[in-house]
Design a protein around this ligand. Sequence first.
Ligand code: CA
Length: 222
Amino acid sequence: MNGQGRVSPGSAAPADERGCSWLNIWVFLIFALAVKAAFVALCLWLVVPFCHSSDQPSALQQQFSQWECDSAVPQGTDGGWTCCPKGWRRFQGSCYFLSSDTMNCAESAQNCGGMGSQLVVISSKAEQDFLSKLKNQLQKNQQLKRDNFYIGLFEKKEGQWQWVDKTPYNETATFWRAGEPNDGHDENCTVRHMPEETLNNWNDVKPDVPHYRICEAAAVIV
Ligand code: CA
């Protein structure tokens, strides 16, 4: 009389053994996925400053060690993750920093440059709209008082406006406040004026007055 559970040579493995094999495979797959996820997280957190598609890391990458990434892929790129320094906000292919301290116009430009960025260049209604909504969000969270923010638009000569990155000044894509630019008292720097609800909130101002600032840099694709 054969004992229960004995298996004759050449027969199929019992159901519980087959289950055990499948269980092992699943455990292995889950473990492999966990290892891969951990590796990606480690790369995004630690290695972003050194990940780069060009020969040299960008100035932004050299300045920050903590990054926040998401998998939204900007149009026309083949990267899988779009990253901004921690605390910066991303929109399309750029990262934005809204300061919580004030500086004059030249200091503001210098401060952005020191972070591997520049004063923001606003080149579309969508970008202007994003910055307005962003400020509203921060104000609701009481992270931001209502005030003026320097942007990267300067009057090089009388009536000749120029963006900090030499983007052509397009009169049809500007958002001057009503009556501005009035060029009063050598006003050759530009701020986004709050608390207008309208998108038309730019104002030319004197360069020696301290204001907040918005810095912009290209997002890092890894
Ligand atoms: Ca003005």
